[in-house]
Design a protein around this ligand. Structure first.
Ligand code: SF4
Length: 273
């Protein structure tokens, strides 16, 4: 693996990495302490709002390739945490991700995950690991809308059932590290009724919510206005749940949610940003 290019904004540093077969993935350094890494070249989940899965899944990364993203950058950055939040669905490359997880843990790093929760069998294993946080993309509590937003992430019913089973036996301390993510999209999932149903789900599971804002990437989706985002936040809070907002690192056009690209052309990389 070699570093092809580094791009920086005021908030994030994005690293374009080339693998031995010429495939390219990306890693992002944010918050001054965390490295977000990729697990696959592309992604099979096919979320229409995300650039990473636009060309489908090309291949899995090996555990060594996942670890190398850290090894290659560790001397130039102060890395205290790893986020499995880059290109790919970690649970779809689970054996390699698990191996890399234990490697990072042995180095004393905090490790967090961002996942669709699919396949649920692997989600059960993930929840049992000594992680620092797992954020599970729900985005809608309507089966049909969720299918539109996460086309190949299995059924919402299965996900909720799995969470109910796993969380019921989990300590409160551990449950606090689990959050359900909701990407607020204008005119898609932003009604009071939908937000209320989401809040009720979060409450019934005893976890927290992460309310995400959209980075304009692909597709016809639109971000909500500031006041709409605030209104959604207050509405969720009014049901007595803990809500985390999209932080500015996740909203940054460079390296923010949904903006990473598999096999990015290095020249386009410079032009596009
Ligand atoms: S949001 Fe995540 S799961 Fe969905 S296509 Fe992008 S990388 Fe894959």
């Amino acid at each position: 693996m070699r570093l092809l290019q580094e791009l920086s904004s005021n908030l994030n540093r994005l690293f374009l990495l080339e693998l031995h077969d010429g495939s390219r993935v990306e890693a992002v350094y944010y918050r001054g302490d965390t490295l977000c890494i990729s697990t696959q070249v592309g992604c099979a989940i096919g979320c229409p709002f995300c650039l990473s899965g636009k060309g489908g899944l090309l291949r899995n990364l090996s555990a060594e390739e996942i670890i190398l993203q850290y090894e290659l950058l560790k001397d130039r950055l102060e890395i205290r945490g790893i986020a499995f939040a880059g290109i790919g669905e970690p649970l779809m490359n689970w054996e390699a991700v698990k191996k890399a997880f234990w490697h990072f843990k042995a180095l004393g790093l905090r490790v967090s995950f961002y996942t669709t929760g699919y396949p649920v069998k692997k989600l059960r294993e993930l929840l049992a690991l000594p992680h620092r946080g797992v954020s599970i993309s729900v985005h809608s509590v309507k089966e049909e809308t969720r299918k539109r937003l996460l086309p190949y992430a299995g059924s919402l019913e299965d996900l909720i059932q799995t969470l109910r089973e796993e969380l019921s036996s989990m300590s409160l301390r551990k449950r606090k590290k689990i959050s359900l993510a909701y990407l607020l999209l204008k005119g898609v999932n932003d009604t009071e009724e939908e937000l209320k149903d989401f809040a009720m789900l979060v409450k019934s599971l005893g976890v927290s919510a992460t309310l995400l804002r959209y980075n304009q990437t692909v597709g016809k989706f639109k971000d909500v206005e500031d006041w709409e985002y605030e209104r959604a936040f207050l509405l969720l809070k009014s049901y007595g749940i803990r809500v985390t907002l999209s932080n500015r690192f996740r909203k940054d056009p460079l390296g923010g949610c949904g903006t990473l690209v598999a096999n990015r052309n290095p020249t386009m990389c410079l032009e596009g940003l």
